[in-house]
Design a protein. Sequence first.
Lengths: 249, 591, 310
Amino acid sequence: MKILVPIKRVVDYNVKVRVKSDQTGVETANVKMSMNPFDEIAVEEAIRLQEAGTAEEIVIVSIGIKQCQETIRTALAMGADRGILVETEEEVQPLAVAKILKHLVEKESPQLVITGKQAIDDDNNQTGQLLAALLGWSQGTFASKLEFTDDRLKLTREVDGGLETVSLSLPSVVTTDLRLNEPRFVKLPNIMKAKKKQLDIIPMDSLGLDTTSRVKILKVEDPPQREAGIKVDSVEELIDKLKNEAKVI
Amino acid sequence: MTYSAPLQDMEFVLNELCDLEGVCSLPGLQETTPDLASAVLEEAAKIASEVLAPLNRQGDTQGAKHLDGKVVTPDGWKEAYREFIEGGWNSISFSEKYGGQSLPYLVATAVQEMWHASNMSFALCPMLTQTAMEALLMHGSDALKQTYLPKMVSGEWTGTMNLTESQAGSDLSAVRTQAEPNGDHYRLYGQKIFITYGDHDLTENIIHMVLARTPNAPEGVRGISLFLVPKLLVNTDGSVGEPNDVRCVSIEHKLGIHGSPTCVLAYGDKEGAVGYLVGEENQGLVYMFVMMNLARHAVGVEGLAIAERAYQQAASFAKERVQGRPIGTKSGDRVSIIHHADVRRMLMTMRCKVEAMRSLAYLWAGAFDKSTHHPDEDERLRQQQIVELLTPIVKGWCTETGNQLASLGVQVHGGMGFIEETGAAQHFRDARITTIYEGTTGIQAGDLVGRKLLRDGGAAAVMMLETMRKIEPSMADIKEFDKIYKQSLDDLEQATQWLLKAAMEDPQLPAAASYYYLELWGVVVGGWLMAKSALAAQKKKSAGEGDKAFYDNKIKTASYYAAHVLSGTTGLRHTIIEGSDDVMALQVEDF
Amino acid sequence: MGVLVVAEHDNEVLQESTLNAVTAGLEINAEVSVLVAGQNCGGVVDSVGKVAGVSKVLSCEHELYEHQLAESLAGLIASIASDYTHILAAATSQGKNVLPRVAGLLDVAPISDITDIQSADTFVRPIYAGNAIATVQSEDTIKIVTIRPTTFDAAAADGGSAEIVSIDPHDDKQDLSQFMGQELTQSDRPELTSARIVVSGGRGMGSSENFQIIEALADKLNAAVGASRAAVDAGYVPNDYQVGQTGKVVAPDLYVAVGISGAIQHLAGMKDSKVIVAINKDEEAPIFQVADYGMVADLFDVVPKLTESL
Ligand SMILES: Cc1cc2nc3c(=O)[nH]c(=O)nc-3n(C[C@H](O)[C@H](O)[C@H](O)COP(=O)(O)OP(=O)(O)OC[C@H]3O[C@@H](n4cnc5c(N)ncnc54)[C@H](O)[C@@H]3O)c2cc1C
Ligand SMILES: Cc1cc2nc3c(=O)[nH]c(=O)nc-3n(C[C@H](O)[C@H](O)[C@H](O)COP(=O)(O)OP(=O)(O)OC[C@H]3O[C@@H](n4cnc5c(N)ncnc54)[C@H](O)[C@@H]3O)c2cc1C
């Protein structure tokens, strides 16, 4: 089968973001950017499926600015086969992303779309579900395990109470959770090979889709700061403070 | 005790000072592009911070052990080594012909910095393998290359360099290990000491490159040959066979780099160790000299790397440790020590010298690539001249400075720096070896004055001085920079002229001056590169490109370097010209 | 036209987070309807009917909805959506799974995990693991929103008397997804996201056996047990214990972090707790920057002592 893996370029998870002084967003210029960690897990899963013989081709898609090519190259260096960049300077919200992906799914006809459950910048946790709805496909969100049996996908999901297992018809949209796998380190020779892999660039405008933002960002602010408290030296002191000062026990 | 590779500064130095783009367009290096280099650095940075750095402490506290005749590396070393070689990192700049990646040495140098900064004890293993591979590649027969190179390139086997014996350290002409011809091979007898990764449990086989004498070899430097001695003999089909007659007798207890086993190797306790001649008989030291440039540069990079690590750690500690109030206030909140000017001085000194060292070490690597790949013969020779001149400076200055900065790193920590828990002390201890192996600083200084200056009558030095005179640092908007800069070049030029003259009067004078002369070169070349950085940053800023804050800081750091480091050249000139005859003033008996 | 809240339940018990969603609904409009879709879920319907402030309960019983699968539930919700200005659910794994799918069916841009309602179309939500707070305005006619339960009070479970209406299931071909089973963590302790006290352990616990130290303390305090991602990844505790940006968000009166360093991703899930206690042997650990009471000590010494002294 063919797998489509949508990935997003985000501020690296180690970076402590700073809110812009004009409150329009957070500072992203000259900040270290990386592949969204959940998407990295998605790429890894696709590659494992390919290594296991379940998947034939892995196509990476990213939507965004020119530099997203680097992120796609990273996925190609991990082992994916080719990439597509839908290029735009604009901010693209999940619904628009899903519409673009739907368009590409119709063109590429994958059996499976695997993407991260959320991007760690906007923390939306929507794109996979939106895409599944637009396509009328099954959805396996927050996946921690994938098994293919008899043309169906048996998928274990991380839910609030523990784990849930569902059987999904194919084609399907899967979103990854943290325990699905541990992404590999990229091998040096594969970085060189990735350079030669096919990467198509499609201007977003050329798709003729409605990608306007429906959610207006009015402002972005710093969160309220929590003050550091005091250090206590003994268990007795701690219990005393919790009982008599904080009054929580 | 984390490490995060300074990718932004690395890329700045590669692109703005070292002409990465030009290097990537050289024949044989065109597979690489600046974009690709940046992807490579990013991935290497992950391995460095996520795989190697977390083991650094363990390596220090646990150390390599010699148990039941076997050398055991610290916990985690094996897994990390596997990750490292499976990732293809062992042979980054090695020819594709043998399975390497053919990346420019310039890019490989930045990667090497990360390995050494994250875990120098670990990084020594691939570094020595690299040196052994170079020796084999340059001088080995095709048959030897075919049997040994691919497995060393892939990292399946590691390599070592066996030069030192107890009576032969700086002076390799005193090597005594014997090699007796025996059919198509030789039998070796003797003892080597201080052999880095001479034995270990990371790979099945280890390939030793050994200096030894054949029976009728001439005395001294002209009678030494180079041999390849595998730990396990290799069968004709390439499989590993019987153990060779070489064994690790013991490993050293050391001040630092505890994770790296330093071995005493005994050759020929029984029937004699089977060795294969590399190249021709009696050419061993000539071959060593060819490789020495690379090996010495690599140790210079260690000095830089440890200093970077020490700087990162000191800066983060200084932001956390709260002590005292801001000067001029008596009440109010206590502040973290980074608010104190003297702590800032230490951090700025560390930072600006690290940047200068990085620029120098990478510049060397770019010149090395051009000296080996440039299509124009004259240009190759010119670059080779730069490489030769700069090699002792990279090795000597970057390691001496590395030590100084690792020591400052301890100082920033106060008492906590002297206590092992923070890790600051480890960097200080680890740095200490860098001025010793691969030729002590004294040997580097002697090389600079003897071979690099006097031998060509100062031609290379004058060429370099002329190159450095071509820029005007004041364009970068730093007060007094032009004046300090010009003065430093004058100081270097005068010291150079004096040395050329003094050498004719008394050969002890240049030797007495050599350390300071090396220091003077380091400081001035560093100043030149800091000035170029500031100019490049200024240009970027005026063009409105890139990260303005980064460029502003570059200019401020260059300014600090000028006023605090470069301004010291006058004293060095004075020491050289006026003080050299004091060095030998006392008689040996007076000590 | 009012607000529709999608109830979360297991056919027997109503999830407490639904009560928080009802409160959020009432902030927007006094007319709040709650959809209870399930199979043999009459008890849940009844209890929703009693929730203060709920005007109407839509009950839809069909085997399609027994396991709350997004594929069937979304179709049902979308089919009745035009009667409402807002569709709300709690930002639980269930709400996050279903509501965006509803939005996809209706061509609406959903809004996730809001922490405040400024007006009928303007909401506040954390982004970047809570390191920035965005105020956003929806331009869709129907607003589809998940709410962060910890930032809205629970509506009173009693005192209401809603009209109960049963509605028809939505006709869907149903081979997309089938429920196969679940492995729920059994525990007599309070539920993590609604507990008054939470005791969490991190990588510093060292093993799953050692987590008993945490559990003993939790039992003494009648607290829920949580964990950092590192502890979950290491297999010390099940995944549903994870607190953080990509796990559960909690805001108890008392949060005790034991052997947790305090990475921003973890802080994102607990820094709204009223009182935070941190026990860590590394005095530089970032957790101390948010802790009201910090104790620099070996957890294996002090936690058992704490349990004993309580
Ligand atoms: C941890 C460690 C790892 C090592 N790894 C290896 C290895 O893998 N392979 C290997 O072959 N060797 C290795 N060595 C050996 C190392 O290269 C030598 O120790 C070094 O070259 C110095 O030699 P020496 O110790 O005999 O010192 P000496 O040569 O005795 O030097 C003592 C002092 O005298 C000075 N001196 C000596 N001769 C002169 C001179 N002509 N002019 C001016 N000053 C002079 C030196 O600068 C030094 O200050 C290692 C050593 C150590 C400690
Ligand atoms: C995409 C992504 C999403 C993530 N989402 C989450 C999330 O939702 N939730 C989350 O928690 N993390 C999340 N993380 C992981 C997060 O970045 C940290 O790695 C994680 O929180 C660390 O867990 P820890 O504090 O238990 O472990 P560590 O950081 O290893 O800290 C262990 C602590 O235990 C202390 N300790 C050890 N032994 C003792 C002892 N005997 N006594 C006292 N103290 C001791 C140590 O001093 C140390 O501070 C995410 C990361 C990514 C990349």
